[in-house]
Structure formats: C-alpha cells, structure tokens
Design a protein around this ligand. Structure first.
Ligand SMILES: Nc1ncnc2c1ncn2[C@@H]1O[C@H](COP(=O)(O)OP(=O)(O)O)[C@@H](O)[C@H]1O
Ligand SMILES: [Mg+2]
Length: 334
C-alpha cells in the first residue's frame, strides 16, 4: 500500500551537498508493522519524512494506495496527509494546552464540530489508557503518558498509516514495552499500517513484521524480521542483531574446553531437547550445554545453544551430521 520508488534526497548546504537518502525503494503492505533500523545519520528520519512529504524527495516516487503524493497540488496533499499520522521522540505537545485541547486541536484543524470533538477526544483517551488525565497539562505527565497523548493526537483523524520516528527512544525499557504494546493494539484493532524508525533492535524484535536496515542513506538489507534475526547477512545487521542475541562465551570458558564446541540455532518450534538427547543416545559422545537462550521475534521463538561435545572424532563427526540433518543451523565454533 505504501510504495517508495527510487527515493533520493540531496540536501544543499553551505559546505556542499549532503546525501540524506540514496535511491531507496521499499514496499510496505497494508496492516503491516514495518521497522526501519539504523544508526544516527543513516537517513531514517529523512526517508520517513518523505513518506508524508514533510520532506520533498529530490528524485523518486511515493505512492500510497495508488495515489502519487508528489504529483498532488498543495491542497490535495494537505488532504492526503490527514490519512497519515506521525509521532516523534520529542512528543511535540503544546505545553500551554491541556491533554484534551492538545488532541481536540487536531480535530478542529480538520473541521470537526465541537460536540463531536469532545466525544472523539474521550474515545481516543480511552484507547490510549489516559481517560483520567483529560485536564492535565503536559508538564504533569510522564514521558510514556506524553507519548500516549501524542499517539491519541496522531490517530484523531482516523489515519490509515502511523509513522513513528524514534517514538520510544527517550523512554525507559519498561515504558518502551508499554508503548510498543499500545502500538501493537492499534495495529491489530484498528488495522492501521505502522512504520517505525528506531536504532533499537529490541523494538523490531517486539513488534515489527518486516524491517529494513539503513546505512549511509541506503537500505542494505530487508526482509521478514524473523529471517533478519535468524540469518543476518551484512556486518552492520549482524552488529544490530548482536545487541539482542548476544551469545559470546567468556574466553576463559572457551579455553577450558577440551572438546568440540558447536552452536545450534533452532527456529520456530523448539523441539530442541529431543533432538539433542536423541543425538546423545545415537552417538558415543557426551554433551555439555554451555549456553542457551531463546528470544521471541514477534512471538516466534528463535533459540541459540552452545554445546561442548566430547568423544572420539568419528563419533563427534557423526553427531554433528545428525544435528545438521535436523536443525536449521549448526556451526562448529572450536
Ligand atoms: N535539513 C537538512 N539539511 C542538511 N542535511 C541534512 C538535513 N536533514 C538531514 N540531513 C543529513 O542527512 C543525513 C541523514 O539524516 P537523518 O535522516 O536525520 O538520519 P537519521 O534519522 O537516520 O539519524 C545526515 O547526514 C544528516 O546530517
Ligand atoms: Mg532520525
């Protein structure tokens, strides 16, 4: 439903030109939660701002539900933007307005009459779990509550897309989780397509169906989040994944090992113990689990185990072949 075609954005500055986004093409499906990951300066914000044409790309096309946004008149573009909500790391609430007025303002701007506005604001506050804060001012709210208000405001005019630029980056881990849970609910219950920019792989792990990794203005890797976690190909992607799935063994432990170290990756179903115990029964090796971790990538498990195998080399080779036939990824690490 969102098609970004060969988007580039080149900034002209006093000291020369800066490439913000470099020939990016992406398709984001209706109802999907899509993550865009990268370090600071990778071009994420510039790209997401091109989606609602807050930034006009130097070249390329942005097509939402068949409408080519860059070909629209200013008036038609303003109208089309109503269907795209956006939230930011810094919330951008108006500090002199109450929670109610911060949200009602968006409805007023869209021309909704007063009585309807009140009804809608209360409905939105209920959705984001802030019904008791209707008359509070932003300064009286926590970071998580402020972000909830900005989500309510972004959803006020029933958008079909919600763009989130580092929406959880200023929040602590448990508040981040609660905001991600709210975004998931909004996606599931209202069917809103969500595009999330983040430098935190945890965010992708929690809620993104698919994701893209950006570096130097380019998308360097893209796919189902699960596949990216299970089998990252680019060094930068591997680095991001490591922040969540870190499984480096302590050097001392590695040095003390006399046998063969194998790393096993289990995807989807975790019938891991059965495979490992069968392997131990069928081959004359002893196995010692040194490390095990299971992460859930948007509810689907991904497990990593490191085992030390001891025994005759031919038995160990046989055991490894047995595992290779049954497990997605088996790697001899020492
Ligand atoms: N308005 C601007 N003028 C000049 N350069 C910009 C502007 N906006 C962004 N850039 C540059 O574009 C690149 C990408 O920035 P940005 O999209 O903000 O990255 P990210 O959101 O991934 O941190 C950076 O090198 C940044 O300095
Ligand atoms: Mg940014």
């Amino acid at each position: 439903m969102i098609a970004i075609e060969n988007i580039s954005k080149i900034f002209k500055t006093k000291s020369g030109t800066v490439v913000g986004v470099d020939n990016v093409s992406l398709t984001i499906e209706k109802g999907e939660i899509y993550g865009i990951v990268g370090y600071s300066g990778a071009g994420k914000s510039t790209l997401i701002r091109c989606i609602n044409v807050l930034e006009r790309p130097t070249t390329g096309k942005v097509i939402i539900d068949g409408v080519d946004l860059l070909s629209l008149s200013d008036k038609a573009l303003r109208q089309e933007r109503q269907s795209i909500g956006m939230i930011f790391q810094g919330f951008y609430l108006v500090s002199s307005k109450t929670v109610f007025d911060n949200i009602a303002f968006a409805l007023k701007a869209a021309g909704m009459e007063k009585r309807k506005r009140k009804e809608r604001v209360l409905e939105l506050l209920e959705l984001v779990g802030l019904s008791d804060k209707v008359d509070h001012y932003p300064a009286q709210l926590s970071g998580g509550q402020k972000q909830r208000v900005s989500i309510a405001r972004a959803l006020a005019n029933n958008p079909k897309v919600l763009l989130c630029d580092e929406a959880t980056s200023a929040l602590d881990p448990s508040t981040t989780k609660s905001i991600l849970k709210l975004l998931k609910k909004i996606n599931q219950e209202l069917g809103i397509t969500i595009v999330i920019i983040t430098h935190e792989m945890e965010v992708v792990k929690e809620i993104c169906d698919r994701c893209a990794v950006m570096q130097d203005g380019k998308v360097i890797e893209e796919g189902q989040s699960y596949d990216i976690f299970a089998e990252p190909t680019k060094p930068l992607t591997k680095q991001f994944i490591k922040s969540v799935l870190d499984f480096e063994l302590p050097q001392k432990l590695v040095e003390a090992c006399t046998g063969t170290l194998v790393q096993l990756q289990f995807r989807g179903n975790l019938a891991s113990e059965a495979v490992v115990s069968d392997m131990l029964q069928k081959h004359k090796v002893s196995g010692n689990i040194l490390h095990g971790k299971v992460e859930y990538i948007k509810e689907t498990p991904l497990g990593i185990f490191i085992m030390e195998l001891n025994g005759e080399q031919s038995e160990i080779d046989g055991a490894i072949r047995y595992l290779e036939d049954r497990i997605q990824q088996v790697e001899v690490i020492q």
